[in-house]
Ligand binder design. Structure first.
Ligand SMILES: [Fe+2]
Ligand SMILES: [Fe+2]
Length: 139
């Protein structure tokens, strides 16, 4: 297994970039999450995989805290629902990576589909509503 082309890496669908929501701070943060997902997917060893798993969880949690601060500052009406989804997603991510994600090095397709589905579901839903609200507020 080499650093540049771990097993199964060649078979992955094209790497994605985070959807742009039109709010600079959120978009920059999402690019960080997306980069952490890509780094995890290209982990070339178990130790790298486990380190990058922790990095992704940490970056995700920081990102949730950032959005939650934005929501509180702006009086966002769906704050509780959004925060609840952040918590559920954080728990789900940690569980996935600790259990089925253990085999991530063996089945990158599963990992790829799961992580991008997990991230895009929230970006396209709660986050795009939040970005639209914040953009209205600053206009
Ligand atoms: Fe969010
Ligand atoms: Fe987000």
């Amino acid at each position: 297994m080499s650093d540049t082309s771990p097993d199964g890496w060649e078979d992955l669908p094209e790497l994605r970039t985070a959807p742009m929501l039109g709010h600079d701070g959120i978009d920059q943060d999402h690019a960080r999450v997306a980069a952490a997902i890509d780094r995890l997917l290209s982990a070339a060893s178990r130790s790298e995989f486990s380190r990058r798993t922790n990095d992704l969880i940490e970056i995700w949690r920081d990102h949730c805290a950032y959005e939650e601060a934005l929501m509180q500052e702006s009086g966002y009406p769906d704050f509780e629902a959004h925060r609840k989804e952040h918590r559920a997603l954080s728990n789900e991510l940690a569980m996935f990576l600790l259990t089925s994600g253990r085999d991530g090095l063996n089945d990158r397709r599963v990992l790829f589909r799961y992580l991008w589905g997990w991230f895009e579901m929230h970006s396209d839903g709660q986050d795009s509503q939040l970005a639209a609200f914040l953009n209205r507020e600053t206009r």
